[in-house]
Ligand binder design. Structure first.
Ligand code: TYD
Length: 216
C-alpha cells in the first residue's frame, strides 16, 4: 500500500444500535469534508449483498456451521478486494458495519468453531487488512435481542422480514456471542474500544466521537 487511509469498524450483538450510531458517525465525518466509504458485513458490495441473502434467509436452516463461516469470509474477501483496500490505498476513511471480530464472536464463540480456524481464514480473505479502530457497542444480550426482534416484527409488517436467520438463534447462542466480544475487547483494548450501548443515543454517539476524533 502506498498511501493509507483510516479503517473503523462497528461491532456488537444483534440490536445494539450500531447501525444508527454508524450513520451518525459517517454524517459527522462527511460534514468535516472527509472522503468516507461506508460499507457493511455481510453485504457491502453487490456480490456481497447476494451472499448476505443466503446467510440471513430464515429458510436456510440447513446451512452448516462451516459453510456459514466460509460464506461470511467470501463476502468479506469481495469487500476487501473491491472496495476496502482500494479506498484505504487512496487515503479514504472506511467505516464498516461489522468485520472479522463478528466472525470470531458469532462463528468462533457462538457456533464453537475454533478461533484458530477463523483467524486462518481471515488471513486468506483479508490479507493484512484489519480495522485501525473497532467500536464495540456492549449491551446485555437479552435487551439487544428484544430490540432486534421488535425491529424484525416491524419489517414483517412491511413485508421485509427475510433477514432473521441469525436473530432467531437460541438465547444461549447470543449469550456466547457477547462473552466472545468481551474476551476479544479484553485481549485487544487498544484497538477495540468498548462503549455501553445501554445509554441514550446521544450519549453513545458522544462516547464514540471521543474515540474517533483523535484519529481524524
Ligand atoms: P447485521 O446486518 O449487522 O445485522 P444486525 O443489525 O441485526 O446486527 O448482521 C447480520 C447478522 O450476521 C448478525 O446476526 C450478525 C451475523 N454475522 C455473523 O454471524 N458473522 C459475521 O462474520 C458477520 C459479519 C455477521
Amino acid at each position: 500500500m502506498t498511501k493509507r487511509g483510516f479503517f473503523v469498524s462497528f461491532e456488537g450483538g444483534d440490536g445494539c444500535g450500531k447501525t444508527t450510531q454508524m450513520r451518525l458517525l459517517v454524517e459527522r465525518l462527511k460534514g468535516m469534508g472527509l472522503d468516507v466509504l461506508e460499507t457493511a458485513e455481510p453485504g457491502g458490495t453487490p456480490i456481497g449483498r447476494q451472499i448476505r441473502k443466503i446467510l440471513l434467509d430464515s429458510a436456510n436452516q440447513e446451512l452448516s456451521a462451516r459453510a456459514e463461516l466460509l460464506l461470511y469470509f467470501a463476502c468479506r474477501a469481495q469487500n476487501v478486494d473491491e472496495w476496502i483496500r482500494p479506498a484505504l490505498e487512496t487515503g479514504r476513511v472506511v467505516v464498516s458495519d461489522r468485520f472479522t471480530d463478528s466472525t470470531l464472536a458469532y462463528q468462533g464463540e457462538g457456533r464453537g468453531l475454533t478461533a484458530g480456524l477463523v483467524r486462518e481464514l481471515h488471513g486468506i480473505a483479508c490479507q493484512e487488512v484489519l480495522p485501525d479502530l473497532t467500536i464495540y457497542l456492549d449491551i446485555d444480550y437479552k435487551a439487544g435481542l428484544a430490540r432486534a426482534r421488535a425491529r424484525n416484527a416491524e419489517r414483517e409488517a412491511a413485508a421485509l422480514a427475510d433477514e432473521t436467520r441469525m436473530d432467531e438463534q437460541a438465547e444461549e447462542f447470543h449469550a456466547r456471542v457477547r462473552q466472545g466480544y468481551l474476551a476479544l475487547a479484553a485481549a485487544e483494548p487498544g484497538r477495540i474500544r468498548t462503549i455501553d450501548a445501554g445509554q441514550s443515543v446521544a450519549a453513545v454517539a458522544a462516547a464514540i466521537w471521543s474515540e474517533v476524533a483523535p484519529h481524524v
